[in-house]
Design a binder for this molecule. Structure first.
Ligand code: ADP
Ligand code: MG
Length: 377
């Protein structure tokens, strides 16, 4: 078993920065888990504290059935791949991959064998005698992965593993990494500031802000039902539309229009209460004509994104800067200056009060976390 359990994990650096603030988190055995958040939110610190490269200021870390909070990195049975790969430039690929085995005092013949077979798994056999300087970025990344795999650790910790690759290579490496993790079934925690990467790769995601976890969930959960407006704005290739609204019984006044209160918030709003109405651009349908239950406004920007466009409309209201974005399929784009209508899809609108999701008994059931081994992709 190599689940990871963090309890009230806190890291305060000597300069007083509280990089981790009493985090509680459970990562399942075999899970491919993403730590996602903006720069400086504590992702690297969390990874390094799990690895033992930083000592916790408070709280505990368990890996499998072992309390490892005070163990040195070498005794935690984890392997970390650093953002810059940290390969030894003077060593060949073979010696780089074999290096952790050398530290573990594995005999020369056995470690060369292991290096060769691991290199083979990652398609690096032809490169064994090269040095890192003679490799592409993608190849260097595979060598770093091979070096981490050679020891058969219980846990992989990957810090922004794809961030040094160019866009096209990053997509390839992403698919490769997902397949590799499925095949190995090793508990893997990877750090990224790229929400698309986290959604694409992870079984579950922890979204972090300022040393705290703001939501933990599957990619579907964090996309469909962000627990707060921070996650709503961070997840998704375009942020969720967040529009001021006022409750009136079972209706909401939103930008001069009456819309029904979304089912799960029904009966939970005080009369005349000011809230925020949230709906993703992907869950709005654009119409060039008036439609029932539609918000209306003036088209200000049309951005061509290939097979669809992102259309921004200014809504009427006290605050004339309120706008919504809507995804419109190709061929149906309006022109700037047009008046347009957007209809929220049923069941896809959310209500936030003081930045937190208003939810209740009608909330959809939470899907169980998928685990890495044998789970569908
Ligand atoms: P991320 O990886 O999410 O960008 P980090 O974990 O690197 O964030 O940093 C979290 C916070 O801790 C930041 O405010 C950063 O400046 C601070 N920090 C990171 N490393 C150190 C350190 N060695 N000493 C002091 N402060 C640090
Ligand atoms: Mg970092």
């Amino acid at each position: 078993m190599s689940a990871i359990t963090l309890r009230e994990l806190t890291k305060v650096y000597p300069n007083g920065v509280r990089a981790l603030d009493a985090l509680d988190l459970e990562i399942a055995d075999g899970e491919f888990f993403a730590l996602l958040g903006p720069s400086g939110c504590g992702k690297t610190t969390l990874l390094r504290t799990i690895a033992g490269l930083e000592l916790a200021s408070g709280g505990s870390v368990r890996i499998g059935d072992r309390a490892v909070t005070n163990l040195p990195p070498g005794q935690r049975d984890v392997a970390m791949v650093f953002q810059d790969y940290a390969l030894f430039p003077h060593m060949t690929v073979r010696d780089n991959i074999a290096y952790p085995l050398r530290i573990k005092k594995v005999g020369r013949a056995a470690r060369q064998d292991k290096a060769a077979s691991t290199a083979d798994e990652l398609g690096l056999s032809a490169l064994l005698d090269r040095r890192p300087g003679q490799l592409s970025g993608g190849q260097q990344q595979r060598v770093a992965l091979a070096r981490a795999m050679a020891c058969h650790p219980q846990v992989f910790l990957l810090d922004e593993p794809l961030s040094n690759l160019d866009a096209r290579l990053r997509l390839e490496a992403r698919t490769f990494l997902k397949r590799l993790q499925r095949e190995l079934g090793v508990t893997t925690v990877f750090v990224t500031h790229d929400q698309a990467e986290a959604l694409a790769l992870a079984d579950r995601i922890a979204v972090m802000e300022g040393g705290r976890i703001r939501q933990v969930g599957t990619p579907t959960e964090v996309f469909r039902r962000p627990a707060n407006t921070f996650v709503a704005g961070f997840i998704g290739s375009t942020p969720m539309n967040l529009v001021p609204a006022r409750a009136h019984g079972d209706e909401l006044a939103v930008a001069g229009v009456r819309l029904p209160v979304p089912e799960e918030a029904r009966g939970r709003l005080a009369d005349a209460e000011d809230v925020v109405y949230g709906v993703r651009p992907e869950y709005l349908d654009y119409s060039p004509e008036p439609a029932p239950g539609a918000l209306t406004g003036r088209v200000v920007v049309v951005e061509n994104l290939g097979s669809f466009s992102l259309v921004s409309l200014d809504l009427p209201g006290d605050d004339d800067t309120t706008s919504v974005q809507v995804v419109v399929p190709e061929g149906r784009e309006p022109q700037p200056g047009d008046t347009g209508w957007v209809v929220p899809r049923p069941g896809r609108s959310l209500i936030y009060r003081d930045g937190e999701l208003v939810t209740g008994a009608a909330a959809p059931p939470v899907p169980a976390p998928r685990t890495g081994v044998g789970a569908d992709a």
